[in-house]
Design a protein. Structure first.
Length: 667
């Protein structure tokens, strides 16, 4: 989805409101940008002085009247011993090895010369060519170094602005996933949030950083160097700016036009190449029906068309490049003519410019090109950032299925029964396809209940409704006669714990995975819980025991170990209702034996509901609830169902027969 300009502006205002420009970091960025612009102007002036020193060699030729004016400005610093009044009006006085004097004299009417004149008077070293050159080079180097430091700081501040905006968006994503993630039966929303968290927020971060940096730095730099150029010769500056600006606009338009044309031609060429490659997948049809001659003719014709299209793209690219080059070359010739005329004018002419001044003007325009291009690119960056942010905002605007009711009350631990009354649920986006369809079910407290279904989403949806990860769209779920939609989530989830799925552990230590960062649980209690489900032994074998880091950059657990760790985490909290989804991966015989023994510990004094992946779990269960097409088909023990229920036998065969994987198509 690509946003129009109005949507882009509204999205941009949401991620980067005007108030951000008054924040401390942004104000500091603007002030540093101003300082960097001033340093840039000083570097240009320093360069002008160096070039003029090379050209003039510090020689100044003054007539009597000019010498009087120079003496009034510089006084003793001029170091002229002759009597000026005794000179003829046409007599010239040649001053040699005077450092900056030539530049200062010819530019005496420029606004930026006054401070340098004071320096010339106060610093004797500026009155000699050699020392002046050294000072100018050192000054230019220091200015360049300091400006580099300031610009680096500007980039860092802009990056922080982008990072702050992205982090705010990531916090909102995290909070939203915590709200809607538990109801995501197929983990699609979680996968989408993961992509948004990593991809789109990075685009927003980089785009906002580029936006803040370019808007703060480049306009200030452009304005300062333009002011510098106007101070040298406003007429020549405007004469040069008009053709340069026109050339820049025309070249950009031509490039944009060519890019659009190229994309259209490439799309058509891609379509033709797909048709061309079709015969490669139809060999049996072609050879079987003896249509080789027809296929060869068709292939040759399409191949020639594809070659023609490719040649057209190349010709248009060459034409576009030559057109742009012609515009640039013509503009450069015009600029050289404008500057050359000013340089070759007689020195007494009011429009005459020195070579150093013309060089500075050329440097100003050369410098302005890159910032102007960067600012021009902001439009595309704004669209890219707005598209990425819009994806995030649409995700953030989704309303979670589950929320706590006003006036919700505390729920006591399960002691009698669980009831599903006329429960209906369908996944968002799957209109008309019900996962649960007016389901009626009563599960007595105590023992182990297995949920069996040929559609795993049905069993998972039923399980997820008990801790209110999902909300029935019709009907209600009751625990001991209390509608769980009207109880506090905290009291419900404190006594109803789920173990299963891919999220068995998070990045952190073993102990943190058991206590979940809750200081109310002592390490000794966590260790006792691990011992009861046979997780203690494998934990002790890890490099740092309970302090071993798990996760992406830490230790990885096998499916059986991860499942037992999840059982220990749940057992530590002693819930009245335990919901289990056994791992579907192949478990070792040791894992199976240890998990079976752990179930003996878990069943004591609590209700266990499980989605099984092992036959031993089904055999040890108190009852089996068989779901079919969103309804309860039957409830009975494994032995009775196996003997008298064909639907259950079919489910058991497709789920647990040793040949089931051989029937799956190869991938």
């Amino acid at each position: 989805m690509y946003l129009n300009n109005d949507d882009t502006d509204s999205t941009w205002k949401r991620i980067l409101p005007k108030s951000i420009w008054s924040q401390q970091g942004t104000v500091q960025l603007i002030l540093l940008s101003l300082l960097a612009g001033i340093m840039l102007a000083l570097m240009f002036v320093t360069g002008l002085l160096v070039v003029d020193l090379f050209v003039s060699k510090g020689i100044v030729v003054l007539k009597r009247d000019e010498l009087k004016v120079a003496h009034e400005i510089y006084g003793p610093a001029l170091n002229v011993v002759a009597r000026i009044d005794a000179m003829n009006a046409s007599e010239e006085w040649i001053l040699q090895d005077r450092g900056l004097l030539h530049s200062l004299w010819l530019s005496k009417d420029r606004i930026w010369v006054k401070p340098i004149q004071l320096l010339y008077i106060q610093v004797p070293a500026l009155r000699s060519n050699n020392t002046t050159l050294v000072i100018l080079l050192i000054t230019g180097g220091l200015l360049g170094l300091l400006r580099g430091i300031v610009m680096a700081r500007c980039r860092l501040l802009a990056s922080q602005i982008g990072m702050n905006s992205a982090n705010q968006m990531r916090k909102q994503l995290h909070r939203q996933v915590m709200r809607i993630g538990p109801s995501d039966l197929m983990d699609r929303e979680t996968a989408l949030a993961y992509d948004l968290f990593r991809e789109e927020t990075s685009i927003v971060r980089d785009g906002i950083a580029a936006h803040a940096y370019r808007l703060a730095v480049h306009p200030i730099s452009i304005l300062i160097v333009i002011f510098l150029g106007l101070s040298i010769s406003s007429r020549l500056f405007i004469q040069m700016a008009i053709p340069l600006l026109g050339c820049w606009i025309l070249v950009n338009r031509e490039q944009a036009r060519f890019d659009r044309s190229k994309r259209l031609v490439e799309l058509d060429a891609e379509r033709r190449s797909k048709v061309l490659a079709e015969s490669l997948t139809k060999t049996r049809l072609i050879r079987g029906y003896g249509m080789e001659e027809f296929d060869n003719a068709l292939f040759t014709r399409l191949l020639n068309q594809l070659s023609t299209f490719s040649d057209t793209v190349m010709r248009r690219e060459v034409y576009s490049r030559w057109m742009c080059w012609g515009l640039v070359l013509g503009c450069m010739i015009l600029l050289a003519l404008l500057m050359g005329v000013k340089v070759i004018l007689p020195i007494e002419h009011p429009q005459c410019l020195q070579l150093a001044e013309v060089t500075l003007l050329g440097a100003v325009f050369a410098f302005v090109y890159r910032p102007m291009s960067r600012l021009w690119e902001l439009k595309e960056i704004r669209h890219e950032v707005a598209n990425a942010a819009d994806k995030v905002h649409r995700f953030l605007d989704r309303i979670p299925e589950v929320g706590q009711a006003v006036g919700a009350k505390f729920l006591d631990p399960l002691s009698r029964s669980i009831m599903f009354e006329n429960v209906t649920y369908s996944m968002p986006g799957l209109t008309g396809k019900r996962i649960l369809d007016q389901l009626e079910l009563k599960i007595p407290a105590g023992g182990m209940t297995v949920i069996a279904s040929s559609n795993p989403l049905e069993a998972r949806a039923l399980l997820y409704m008990l801790p209110r990860f999902l909300e029935p769209q019709e009907g209600r779920v009751l625990i001991d006669g209390e509608d769980i939609a009207w109880v506090t989530l905290e009291s419900l989830r404190a006594e109803t714990l789920y173990v299963g799925g891919p999220e068995m552990y998070f990045t952190g230590t073993i102990l943190e995975n058991l206590t979940c960062g809750n200081d109310d649980y002592a390490a000794s209690d966590a260790i006792n819980a691990a011992k009861r489900v046979h997780a203690h032994n494998f934990i002790q074998k890890l490099p740092q025991g309970y302090q071993t880091i798990l996760g992406e950059h830490g230790e990885q657990l096998t499916p059986g170990e991860a499942y037992r760790l999840g059982l220990a985490r749940a057992l530590l909290r002693n819930p009245a209702l335990l919901l289990l989804e056994e791992p579907d991966q192949n478990l070792t015989e040791e894992d199976k034996s240890l998990i079976d023994d752990a179930y003996e510990q878990l069943q004591e004094g609590r209700t266990v509901i499980v989605i099984p992946s092992r036959m031993s779990t089904i055999r040890r269960s108190s009852r089996i609830v068989l779901l079919y097409q969103g309804k309860v088909a039957t409830i009975n023990t494994h032995a009775n169902l196996l003997a008298g229920n064909e639907l259950y036998r079919h489910w058991e065969y497709t789920r647990f027969n040793i040949f089931r994987k051989l029937n799956q198509p190869a991938t």
